[in-house]
Design a protein around this ligand. Structure first.
Ligand code: GTP
Length: 359
């Protein structure tokens, strides 16, 4: 998965809690994936917490979540518009109250992913969390129908969700003929050439890759060399998707994961600083950010400025600094949001800010 690496810097030494965001259009299978993930974390002995966002005032999907799992509900609006600020607060409350080892967020099918990512990363100011993955659950038959219709609000939203994903699941493959599945995958690949892509029935996917740092994004093409799908899905073999040739040899057990040397392309990157940094070097770093970084924000301590810490905001190539005197504990942290951001070089530059080369 592209954005799996954890910042090396740490003031407190606490573990960084991974956050996984599940997006996807209405009815695509997000709750199905969520319940699978909760089973997986229970089986592997880890405490997961859940945030569910529903447009309505009642969280029906929440009924499907085990009562033992700490859950917070953002009801009556879409996280990305009405309650974006609440999202950071909900994460903080869950962290304080339950100290979870992993947080899963299921957004409404109508949410704009970049706005949600903005809300989630805000929580890194107060808690040691990191958005590790953005999984778009694609409703295969739904996308096929929308693609046939062409433009429209729903189509655009599906496209945005796919573009912002670090992991793609083309779900409901049982309701697609082999050539339709190829067509859907091609459409998905046109919008996102980097994220690992799996076809699935009821989101039966490789769950272990959700918590494998650096994998599978760095692992090249991964296939499950089983000859039959338990759900009876017949997946097509071979072919070229989105202009990228993929040497498929057989049918995956439950679809397949494929990568295209995608390691290092992230949509959100969180870096916790272990020590103060030089203000001029940091400003120069922000000024040189590539265009595909849309947004950055954080809290920094400058080594060359007496006292105080600074909140910085970067958007549309403009940067603002505000001196702050935090009341409670806040982290020295920088978060970056964009599309296909070059993770390796960003991490290298951030590390260099903390350990500048000798003059
Ligand atoms: N045929 C088929 N049905 C599926 C598959 N995955 C999920 N479903 C069904 O699709 C319906 C919606 O699944 P959910 O997991 O609730 O989808 P969701 O994205 O959480 O839905 P919203 O929260 O309403 O946006 C349910 O009836 C599921 O049982 C699949 O792969 N194939």
């Amino acid at each position: 998965m592209p954005n799996y690496s954890v910042s090396p810097g740490s003031r407190s030494g606490d573990a960084i809690v991974p956050v996984h965001l599940l997006t996807g259009f209405l009815g695509s299978g997000k709750t199905t994936l969520l319940t699978r993930l909760l089973d997986y974390y229970r089986e592997t002995g880890r405490q997961a917490a859940v945030i569910m966002n529903e447009l309505g005032d009642v969280n029906l999907d929440g009924q499907l979540v085990d009562g033992e799992v700490p859950m917070s509900e953002l009801l009556g609006g879409c996280i990305c518009c009405t309650s974006r600020g609440d999202l950071g607060l909900e994460i903080h409350n869950l962290m304080e109250r339950y100290r979870p080892e992993v947080i899963l967020i299921e957004s409404t099918g109508a949410a704009n992913p970049l706005e949600i990512i903005d809300g989630i990363t805000e929580a890194a100011f107060y808690d040691r969390i990191e958005l590790r993955s953005v999984t778009a659950v694609v409703d295969g038959p739904g996308l096929l129908a929308q693609a046939a219709r062409g433009k429209g609000r729903t189509y655009k939203l599906m496209r945005d969700q796919i573009r912002c994903a670090t992991r793609l699941i083309v779900n409901k493959a049982d309701r697609l003929a082999p050539d339709e599945l190829v067509h859907v995958e091609q459409t998905v690949r046109e919008w996102n050439a980097h994220a690992p892509l799996e076809a699935s029935v009821r989101c039966t996917v490789d769950l272990a890759s959700f918590d494998a740092p650096g994998a599978p994004a760095s692992a090249g093409i991964v296939e499950e060399p089983s000859s039959a799908s338990p759900a009876g899905v017949q997946l097509p073999t071979g072919g070229s998707v989105g202009g990228v040739t993929r040497p498929l040899r057989g049918q995956g057990r439950h679809g397949r994961i494929e990568q295209h040397g995608s390691h290092g392309h992230v949509v959100a990157l969180t870096h916790y600083f272990a020590q103060p940094i030089d203000s001029e070097a940091f400003e120069a770093f922000l000024a040189a950010l590539p265009d595909n970084v849309y947004r950055a924000k954080g809290i920094v301590t400058f080594a060359d400025t007496a006292g105080g810490r600074f909140l910085f905001q970067y958007a549309y190539r403009e940067t603002d600094f505000l001196r702050i005197t935090p009341q409670g504990k806040v982290n020295d942290v920088a978060v970056f949001i964009g599309e296909n951001m070059p993770e390796t070089s960003l991490r290298r530059d951030l590390t260099e800010l903390e350990n500048p080369p000798a003059p």
